[in-house]
Design a protein around this ligand. Sequence first.
Ligand SMILES: *Cc1c(COP(=O)(O)O)cnc(C)c1O
Length: 395
Amino acid sequence: MSTMAEGEIIYLDNNATTQLDPAVIEEMLPFLTKYYGNPSSGYAFAATARKAINLARERLAALLGCEPAEIVFTSGGTESNNAVINSALQFETRGKRVVTSAVEHSAVLRPCQDLAKRGCDVTSLGVDRDGNLDLAELEAAILPGTTLVSIMWANNETGVVFPIEKIAEICREKRVLFHTDAVQATGKIPMRLRDSPINFLSLSAHKFHGPKGAGALYVSRQTRFSPLIAGGGQENGRRGGTENVASIVGLGKAAELALKYLAEGQCNIRSMRDRFEKFMLEAVSGASVNGAGAARLPNTSSLSFQGIESPSALLLLARQVIYCSAGSACRTGSQEASHVLRAMNPGSDGARRSLRFSFGRFNTDAQIDRAIEVVPKVIEKLRQSAARTPVAAAV
Ligand SMILES: *Cc1c(COP(=O)(O)O)cnc(C)c1O
């Protein structure tokens, strides 16, 4: 049985970002110190950096089940998503229609809103109470002028997993490009892109124990791609700019580790999440799981609690050094409730009463024990204070 160290924080926000794996740091360091050559330079000293990038590309390709040449390194998930939306609409002149979902990350939503402002027809598909898409509705939304369908693989707030292979197949039959924001799915769900109908896939290193500011875009061999960032001929002319060598090396190592842990089975993270969730449902009345009836990532638990306001809950939990979030991290500071939870339950205030706990391989059983002890007490405390101030409770 593990115990907790003095001052140890309980980080249950692994969908916001993750701790760097020490093995990742170890592989990155020489590229910040010794091997500072520009990978594009011709001499042997620089070849060390070039070879390291190639190794990272092979390791990531192994995780995705694709060819190394199908990978373009980027600055992260946001850039990858923007690059796809930019590219797909440059080539296709036969129409300007994009189909996406109402629960996408802002790194897809915002560029789509920009397209709409520029006169593009953007169809945003709704979801049901469990966060599921209706595939018949998706198919019907693909009209003759549709250029791109962009649907995330797994939702960052609820962990709900969409049937991406089926959706990609529908798009292939309709001859429409298909992109998936797989930032949350990468390293958590086995993938095999070889022979799959997915054209584009976005991922980000810092969501699977790699460094921030590094990511990749998978572009299938048959798919045309026009770069978002033009410059030198880096990344086979698909992404200009001197490579972020150390971070790409870190991404590659993180991918290798993710594949190893996936192959060994993620039972530990799933069982931690399940134990936490089961306990919360039993110990706290008026608690429910967002997306309970859908397929979900093994690491995410989005819970709604009657009679609380999530910002106050986050404050009290942070005082106990338990870190989780209400919706996505990108919204912190904004008073707006999660668009994902609102899409699942339009008439309800559930979005304002929800907390997301997301687990990772550095969490321990002792940390889960502590969270199980503290979270119900915090909810109880908030409910008592809400009962004392009926005005606030009635809002
Ligand atoms: C974190 C996240 C992103 C953004 O990735 P960055 O590398 O932080 O830019 C995009 N989509 C989803 C689903 C995410 O969870």
